[in-house]
Design a protein around this ligand. Sequence first.
Ligand code: SF4
Length: 570
Amino acid sequence: MSEREQIPMDVVFVGAGPANLAAALHLKGEIKKHDEMVEKGFKSGKVIGDLEIAIVEKGPFVGAHILSGGVMDPIAIRELMPDFLAQGCPVDSVVTEDAFWYLTEKGGINAPLVPPPLKNKGKYIVSLSKVCEWLGEKCEAAGINIFPEFPAAEVLYNENDAVIGVRTGDKGIDKDGHRKPNFEPGVDLLAKVTVLGEGSRGSLAKQVTARLGLDEGKEPQVFSIGVKELWEVPAANFAEGKVVHTLGFPSDTRTYGGGWIYGMKDNVVSIGYVTGLDYEDPMIDPHAEFQKFKTNPKVAEVLKGGKMIKYGAKTINAGGYFTMPKLYADGVLIVGDSGSFLNGQRIKGIHTAMKSGMLAAETIVGAFEHQDFSSKTLKHYDEKVNLSWIYDELHPVRNFHAAFQKGRWSALLNTGLQFLTRGLAWGFMPKEHHIAGHERMGKLIDNGNWKIENGKRYADLKFDKELTFDKVTDVFHAGVAHDEDQPSHLHVLDTEICATRCAEEYGNPCQRFCPAAVYEMEENVESGRKELKVNFSNCVHCKTCDVADPYQIINWVTPEGGGGPNYKGM
Ligand code: SF4
């Protein structure tokens, strides 16, 4: 007999990000609208009534694990709540100026024209963490149950493989797997519809996709990682409302990468760098790429005399339309970054995430109206996505990221052609189209058709703790906390590979691609060889290791609830 409590709900949302918060709020509003129309006789059908709706969130509060650049296109929040500003949505600044810098090692130029997809004038610079915290308050005021510190650890299925809810993680297990005095088993939250909005590389979305084959016939997902710091800088350094995007230094022409600098209020700047996790050189370190980016004289000038105040990192689904999984199955819908709704060309995904959640909500209303929670009804979500502005926005840029797998110059040419032809022209695409990032990583012993720099890439990079920071210092500024007396949530399925094949073939790239110094190869005095040490308590939940490991033997699972970074205000 299971000792777990079973809590029946109607709809369970996994993850309190922009997609699910918008979805839950919209669901409440749409049910109310539906019921009023039926009661007044303006619509046929049945009254749905009050639904039990829950949002489970692994962080200690809504917004704790939310990280974005972040410029928000308000198109979706305006549809959700036309008076969002009057209702107190905490936007930081309005974008007043766009710039595009092409950087070299010693300087850079201010491009005379900003590429149209990177024009953001009139949009909002936000702390997405704050916006989500505020949306969470709106949800609670609308009667939606929010459970922070409840990591959804497993998907529950019935005998026909329909999703029937989620199991949350146990609390109070020690590092050896034994129960501590504060042990509490997770609960089974049963739902007619479960909505997965866990962000990029959601751990339950990964489970469901593998079990139900939701990626069959789709291109492999391609990820990037964004590494970000918040800085307080002297007022004259950078104007509030200014948005800069950069190309060039420090990325080489074979590696997808670019930076951003956004001017927020109170002399704070959001600065960050995106590196494609489909790089070829195994010596690349995305955190070091970001630190190098800051040493460019044009960028360093912005930060001169300033102080770094916060740090974070997160993967981004960059693959676009062709890499979207099937978005529905019996009892389940996938929204937001978990469903690959990000527009890679604009590097924007908050608006598409929110809209996907709202379309999921409208689909759920139909499912309750007809009391059918199978694919037959839930497939309407897919139809709604393809009839909405999401399709109009994502379909023309469907080849954007794949073009970069051929290198920067052919990609830029392609981007121009795609812009003119709404995505039809893609003559410079790699023949195989998208290739999964981990499959593109070159081996140290095999220089392939380009030269791997074998460790020289960061020879000049010093961490002076004024402009540039090592990973441990940065992680301190991410406010990360995990109880150390718990099992590691980073499951390395075969550590023998790390000590042997991976060391020889790739030089253990986990030590570099992790932006939080979680993985170390440490000398074992008995065996005399280097073996893997996992400092899981540093983990900022970016999921890079889960996607970038060339052997795909790292599985990120949810740690005990409440653990992880604290991105409040990021
Ligand atoms: Fe990111 Fe994995 Fe490192 Fe955690 S361990 S910070 S998920 S790369």
